[in-house]
Design a protein around this ligand. Structure first.
Ligand code: BTN
Length: 236
């Protein structure tokens, strides 16, 4: 694990140093000043309170399974939180992790496929206040302060072990686990389809990691790389 006291973004750092870094190298920072979120959002994190880190994957066999890697990353975080004793951990497809409707972890996958993939993870560990955002932390849920570097290195180790076994389908265990933790299934969601904002009914995950939505009496399967984001609609 490369430790940086401060950096703009750990994903960006890996991108800029990709040729010098080995596969499964992990970059952690105590203070991420320009954290990137999905769909152009920023990822805010108080200095030294949370785990903000990225893992580089240069293995083409893994990187060709982008959808699956995306799901497995969320599952690993959710299982880790279960293990720590947090209750009601759910996953908003593809990999946002929530506790009782409050976000606790976001994951951003970037890269140049299949050459390299960067898995950036931001998990709220010891931060108490989120300035009116619907967010929470491990500390807020179980009242225990954890070493942020240890959280990151444990998660990186679990995730790398799991990634070495991914293929083009989710395992039955992963599929069942996702179904149990699915934050969206059964709710109305808005999503982008053919450049239009549409509304449909979230049905659940497919074994290739895509997500089924009932829309205009048809069932659409959407991939995590082609869609911006799924949101619960107001009337859900
Ligand atoms: C999201 O939920 O929108 C994804 C957030 C991802 C944040 C992490 S923090 C470490 C890594 N570096 C970044 O700049 N972003 C990711």
């Amino acid at each position: 694990m490369i430790y940086l006291k401060e950096v703009d973004s750990t994903n960006k750092y890996i991108k800029e140093h990709v040729s010098e870094l080995d596969s499964f190298e992990c970059v952690f920072t105590d203070n991420q000043t320009e954290g990137k979120g999905r769909t152009g959002h920023t990822w805010l994190s108080e200095p030294r309170k949370n785990a903000t880190f990225s893992i580089l994957v240069k293995d083409k066999d893994i990187n060709t399974n982008f959808n699956i890697v995306s799901i497995v990353a969320g599952l690993v975080v959710a299982e880790y939180l279960d293990m720590l004793g947090l209750n009601n951990v759910t996953i908003k497809w593809p990999n946002d992790v929530y506790v009782c409707g409050c976000k606790i972890c976001g994951i951003l996958l970037e890269g140049q496929l299949p050459d390299y993939l960067i898995i950036g993870i931001g998990i709220n560990v010891n931060q108490k206040n989120f300035e009116g955002l619907a967010a929470t932390s491990i500390y807020n849920e179980i009242g225990t302060r954890l070493d942020t570097k240890l959280v990151a290195s444990d998660l990186a180790e679990y995730l790398i072990t799991r990634l070495k076994n991914v293929n083009d389908k989710l395992s039955k265990e992963d599929l069942d686990e996702f179904i149990l933790k699915d934050y969206l299934a059964g709710t109305n969601v808005t999503f982008t389809h053919k450049d239009e904002r549409e509304e449909g009914l979230a049905l659940g995950i497919n074994e290739d990691g895509s997500y089924k939505i009932k829309f205009n009496e048809k069932i659409l399967s959407i991939n995590s790389d082609e869609i911006n984001t799924l949101r619960k609609s107001e009337n859900s």
